[in-house]
Design a protein around this ligand. Sequence first.
Ligand code: FMN
Length: 336
Amino acid sequence: MRSKRKDEHVKLALKQGDYDNDFNKVRYIHNSFPNCNFSDVKLDAHYLNQDFETPVYINAMTGGSESTRIINGNLAKMAKRFNLAMSVGSQHVALDNPEYESSFSIVRDVNPDGFVIGNVSANATVEEAQRAIAMIDANALGIHINIAQEITMDEGDREFSHWLEHIRAIVDGVDVPVIVKEVGFGMSHDTVQQIIDCGVKHVDVSGRGGTNFVWIENERSQDKRYEYLADWGITPVESLLMTRDLHQNIEVLASGGVKTPLDVVKLLTLGAKGVGISGQFLKFSQLPEEEMMEECGKFLEDIRKCMILIGVTRVDQLPTVNYELQESLGKYHEAK
Ligand SMILES: Cc1cc2nc3c(=O)[nH]c(=O)nc-3n(C[C@H](O)[C@H](O)[C@H](O)COP(=O)(O)O)c2cc1C
């Protein structure tokens, strides 16, 4: 059942249409003199206690079936070629059925020296979290919080009151950095504060506007009654703006709806230290290998092009550049 679900998630994520993600409401002012050269622009970034060549990472998606083993293999090839950190999808299916382990560990086999991130739910025990890390020799562990997905999934969980307690226990019980992440519904100020109070040091606000698990679970459900919830959630732009005063207390990563290099640059400007991409990389992973590498290479090169357009040569300069927020986000100007 869970293995079949993994295949359905991929199929529906690839079929899903676009949603508004607020990126178009963040606007840079064009300047004609950048005073630097394209070759000066570097993408080096530091997050998850590690130096990376780029602020972009492949976010949690899949594993748990034969076809998702192939996808994870392709994603890992891309991660290796471009030195991207990469997360696997939820490992519970393999924690319960070891026959599925290879669909996750392929990521480590393909990329022995890469930065690989494990993934469990907030239901996981400390022992399960440790086994998930060992399964792929993970450098970090993501814990996903996905209330909107579970509640709209016919076979989803209905008990959530233990989540914060489990997160606290896992943070204390594992020896790699822990990232608490949403799955495309964003995080409010209260949510991030609760996560900080658990002792967590890294969060991925993973907001609305890209892969939409309410839409996906509605499509999978018997009676398809959740369409009215399809625009539920907070965009990553809103999440970053809302939580701005907390960024000094926790490292904030962002994802959700990132389709273009300019989207990446905008999230970095709003305070993200790293930017996760799922849906767009899933599309790349469906291409023949040479084309997949070409598309990924162009995407990373174009982040540098966007940076020179804005007039910066380093990622850590992005939070200092001027931008405008369109009307509906105007209330956040006061907080700036
Ligand atoms: C096919 C698919 C499966 C996913 N499965 C997981 C998962 O197992 N665990 C998790 O933390 N997030 C999962 N996600 C959510 C992503 O990590 C990310 O938070 C979300 O898709 C928003 O990013 P995007 O708009 O770039 O896709 C999945 C996403 C996709 C597309």
